[in-house]
Design a protein around this ligand. Sequence first.
Ligand code: BEZ
Length: 274
Amino acid sequence: MVDTTISLPVTATTTAPAANEDKWSSQMYSKHASFVPALGAPVVQLLAPQTHERILDLGAGDGILTLDLEKQCQSVVAIDASADMIEAARRNGCRDAQVVDGHDLVDHVELANGQFDAVFSSAALHWMKKDPVRVIQGVHKCLKPGGRFVAECGGYMNVAEVRTGLHWALKKRGYNPEEYDPWFFPGVQTYRKMLEEQGFRVESIELIPRLTKLNTDVAGWIDTFGFSFLKPFEGDKEERKKVIDEVQANLPFSEDDGVWHIMYQRLRFKAIKA
Ligand code: BEZ
């Protein structure tokens, strides 16, 4: 039986992870999250890449979707903040894969030069929480006039059951979960406004609920994606595992006949550089 009681908040002092700390593991990703690129077809369809086009894949991860784009257009530059993911992208065969954080695009001499027909992003923008406006500004600088920004990311209420579970688990142990929460899940109006204020015309933007079947279970998902929340327990493997198991145990309705699901909310949009 998992203890779910809330103890009196004591202020814990472990620091939140540095934004540039690379906690990504391409191995964990392919074991627990291969469904992520596999579910990217609708946003690739919305992008509708053309054979003559030059495309920037922002937050390309291990490059599985990049390879798909490479077959459909002239060239793709894949960028990701994680060196481990970019190494995996190169191993997987991506022709041009570079370690670049989306926040740094705006100052990037080679990429932010108005040469791209489109910037594409799948399941990545929600990790760029530090300054989402700066990320949009960078995308804008990369695009030709009339170029398009087509993306899908977590939106308002994304993975809310697991996120809430992680918040409770940290609160109960005296930590402020806000400090460890790495995700930015905007609603339609919030993100539309951000795009418009940075010079985009929004052609479409919607929030799409997607019940998502996991490769393994919620514990495997947290182990892969929840590293920021687990930072306070890095030196204590037992407590780290206890937190993961506790969050999963508190989600009995996420499992049906041995198959685990999480309720995703996809924010999908197409915006044009005005
Ligand atoms: C997402 O794709 O929505 C997502 C993936 C991992 C962690 C959080 C959100």
